[in-house]
Structure formats: C-alpha cells, structure tokens
Design a binder for this molecule. Structure first.
Ligand code: SF4
Ligand code: SF4
Length: 449
C-alpha cells in the first residue's frame, strides 16, 4: 500500500479545518510542504499539546509526506512564542537528522489561515479563491500529520485530541473516541456555570451551539479540536444573533467609511481584491441592483472573503458586521449564478507585515481576557458508553454504510466506506454493538469489559 492508499484506508481528513480528505489533497507534487501548528484562534490548546508530546511521530510523518510530494522544503510553522513546542520539535528534528525547518510566526490572528501562512513562509500569494498548490505548496495541520503517522502503521482515525476551555474549572486536554458526546467532554472539564452555550472550534470562526438540543446532539468529529464553554449571554453569541435587517440599518446609519475593515483584512493584505468598506458603502442599494453584471461589479469581491471576522470583531470602530454582510452577499452571488473574475497572480501589499491583528488585543475585544493565558497541561482519556459516528465528517460525499444494526464491531472496523469521488472512510471508534445505522451515521453501544 502506498502513502495515499494507506491514508485513504485510514480515513484521514484535515484535522484542523473543514475536513478535506487528505488522500485527495496529497495526490499531487509540490515544492513545499507546510505543517500548520500556528493555532491562530485564541484559547485553543490542542496543536501545542501535540507538538510537545508527539514531536518524533510528527517529524516521521513530515518526512514521509515530503518525499511523497517530491518537495524540496518541509516547514513547520508555529508562533515564535511557543518555546516548549519549538524545543520539542527541534530535538526531534536533530535526533532524526531530518531536513525540516521551523518557521516562527508572530502572535497575530489569523496566523494559521493557510493563505496567510503560505505568504508568510514563501512570500507568495495564493490566487483569489485558489489553493496553496497553485503556488507550489501543500499545507496540512499538525494533527493531520499525526493521523498520517498512524495511517502508515495501519491505524485508522478513531480518536481525537481536543481542549475544553472557557468557563470551566481549568482548561483540559482530552483524548476521546470520535463520536463522543460533546456534553461528556464539557462535563469532564467541570463547567462553572449551569446556563452555558458552546463554540466548537475557535471563538472567531468556530461553530456556535446555543440551542439545548443542538448541544445535546453534538458529537466530537475528526475535525473537532476545541470546545469553548461560555455564558449563554456572552457577547460572541449576542453578536452572531444580530438579524441581517438590523445589520443593514446599522450600516446605513453608522458606517463612517474609515476603511479600517479593508486595511486590516488578511485577504486584502495578501493582495486580493477585497474592499469590505466599499461593499458596506453600497449595501443600502443592494436590493435594488437587478442587473447581474452590475451586482457582480459592485458586490463580487465578497466572494474573496474567508470569513475570518477581523473586520467585524476587531477592525470596525462602529461595531458593524462586514463579515456577515459578505456571507449574505456570497449567498446572493451563488443564487444569481454570478461568476466573479479572479486575479490569479496577486501580490502582497507593502504593509502586509505591519497590519497584523495582535491576538491579545483581539482577545480583549472578544470579551475573553479572563480565559486567556490559562493552559491545559495533562491529557485525560475519556471513553463514553456510547458513540455516534456521522458519515459526513469531511468535505465531499458522505461515506456509505457497510455494516448493519445489531452487528458486533471492533474498534477500527470500517463502518462506512468512502463514496466515489471526494469522501472518506469512517471506522468504529469503540468496540461494541451497532444499535442504530442510517445514511446519516452509526451509533455504537460500547462493550462492557
Ligand atoms: S471576514 Fe472581513 S477581514 Fe476577514 S476576509 Fe472577510 S472581509 Fe476580510
Ligand atoms: S470599519 Fe466599519 S465604519 Fe469603517 S468602513 Fe468598515 S464598516 Fe464602515
């Protein structure tokens, strides 16, 4: 079995983002492999933990992927302030005499955005709506590297490391089977308030769960790296709940056209056509623009927005919401079938290194200062009585069930096979009996040992 076959068999998908199937991403040749360990969202602890504790395995996987890609550079990019993590990686690199570089980034958001990272490491800007591969790079998360290491040893993705932070006794690291109820993870961290809501992922781009049913039904997937526990009335939840009509009204009456949203936009800084202040300037007449060509000319740049949220959570002095406006406009562009032209050779702007958003100031704006600077040190293993494994934990088509209700399975058995095209295998994360299986996923009740 070659590297991509082993990765496909193990069901490896991007561990730090949307879950792009890794065997498809690595079906390529590239000049530079970049391993993303920047963990740019505030409060998350997982990548740091993996760098400290699994550095030798990470380096072995980096070497295997570098060789597979035919890359002449392999770089692990993380924040320069992560001294312990850099020291652990350095030691593993020296012991393996591995040709792997460490690239130290500043403490800014979004250092871990893959297009920002490619620009910082190589000086090249990824084309608008393009991929790192367009400029000779493959970017993979450090957690994905660890899963690749396991895949090469024949072990599928059945467990996940994640941190639980925020309104908890103290931040903790957990190692849990994929499919573990999120509520079990929160309980393990001892929440300090009864009425909480959650962010799955980081506070800037993570998925908010405010509804009791949504929280009860949520499970850890292959892409879950962090859970933030916050009071239900926290600023982050109130802000995200602002209706579009209110945003329209606020924009019309309060946008002062200062262009801070544009000047600090990470996509603008790497040279993309992205001027949110112009979209905000024209929002008042958005519903009156009937001609598609004109709509595309005025609002098309929204297609280049990566939803990072710097504009609305940090840059705007009037607390307006360019990101949510762009999300709305992107839906309109899709529904109207408007194709937006793209610049395939953007050049980073001269001020790219001067206009980074400092993480500590961002944390303060987000109302998260009370939780910043607290770290999870030890990792606990949690094994629930029951898991639910969704068959769509990745970008692309859901995997297709190959087992039936009542089947007895062992940890690591294939439950659902990757569909044709973009998809990924799903494996049993605990040993036990399948009590439910549909096209959506499978529930396993664990065997009492
Ligand atoms: S969310 Fe705002 S800052 Fe981020 S890419 Fe979009 S417009 Fe730029
Ligand atoms: S930063 Fe806010 S006030 Fe300034 S142009 Fe952008 S949306 Fe308008």
């Amino acid at each position: 079995m070659n590297l991509t076959e082993a990765i496909k068999a193990a069901g490896v998908v991007g561990a730090g983002g949307a879950g792009f199937p890794t065997h498809v991403k690595l079906n390529a040749k590239a000049e530079c492999l970049i391993v993303n360990a920047a963990e740019c969202e505030p409060l998350i602890e997982t990548d740091k933990y993996l760098c400290r504790t699994c550095a030798p395995q990470i380096i072995q996987a980096v070497l295997a992927v570098k060789e597979h890609l035919g890359a002449n550079r392999a770089v692990i990019a993380l924040k320069g302030k992560y001294a312990q993590e850099i020291s652990a990686l350095d030691k593993a690199i020296r012991e393996a005499a591995a040709p792997v570089e460490i690239f130290q980034m500043g403490t800014f958001y979004p250092a871990g955005d893959e297009q920002t990272m490619v620009q910082q490491v190589t000086g090249r800007s990824v084309p608008e709506r393009g991929l790192p591969l367009d400029v000779g790079c493959v970017v993979d998360n450090v957690g994905t590297m660890l899963n690749i290491y396991d895949a090469l040893a024949g072990r599928p993705v059945v467990e996940k490391y994640l941190s639980v932070v925020g309104e908890v006794k103290e931040p903790i690291m957990l190692r849990v089977p994929v499919g573990t109820p999120v509520e079990d993870c929160v309980r393990a961290a001892e929440p300090q308030i009864a009425d909480y809501a959650l962010v799955i992922g980081g506070p800037m781009m993570g998925k908010q769960l405010t509804d009791a049913d949504a929280i009860r039904n949520a499970v850890v997937t292959k892409t879950t790296g962090n859970i933030v526990v916050l009071p239900r009335d926290h600023y982050l939840f109130r802000r995200a709940a602002t209706p579009l009509e209110t945003i329209r009204h606020q924009t019309r009456s309060a946008c002062i056209q200062c262009r801070m949203c544009t000047d600090l936009c990470p996509r603008y800084l790497i040279g993309h056509a992205m001027h949110p202040h112009l979209i905000m300037r024209n929002l008042w007449r958005e519903q009156e623009v009937a001609d598609s060509a004109e709509y595309g000319r005025i609002f098309g740049e929204a297609a280049n927005c990566c939803d990072c949220g710097v504009c609305e959570m940090f840059a705007c002095p009037m607390q307006l919401s360019p990101r949510m406006v762009n999300q709305y406009v992107k839906r309109q562009l899709r529904e109207k079938g408007i194709q937006v032209p793209r610049n395939s050779q953007p050049q980073a702007r001269a001020e790219v290194d001067q206009r980074h958003t400092p993480t500590d100031r961002l944390v303060s704006r987000l109302g998260l200062s009370a939780y910043y600077g607290l770290h999870a040190h030890e990792c606990r293993t949690l094994v629930p009585d029951e898991v639910f494994l969704p068959f769509s934990q990745h970008i692309g088509k859901p995997a297709q069930a190959v087992r039936q209700q009542g089947d007895t399975v062992e940890q690591g058995d294939v439950l659902a096979q990757a569909a044709e095209g973009l998809s990924a295998n799903i494996h049993a994360s605990i040993s036990g009996v399948i009590t439910e299986i549909t096209e959506k996923g499978a529930r396993i009740r664990g065997r009492k040992e």
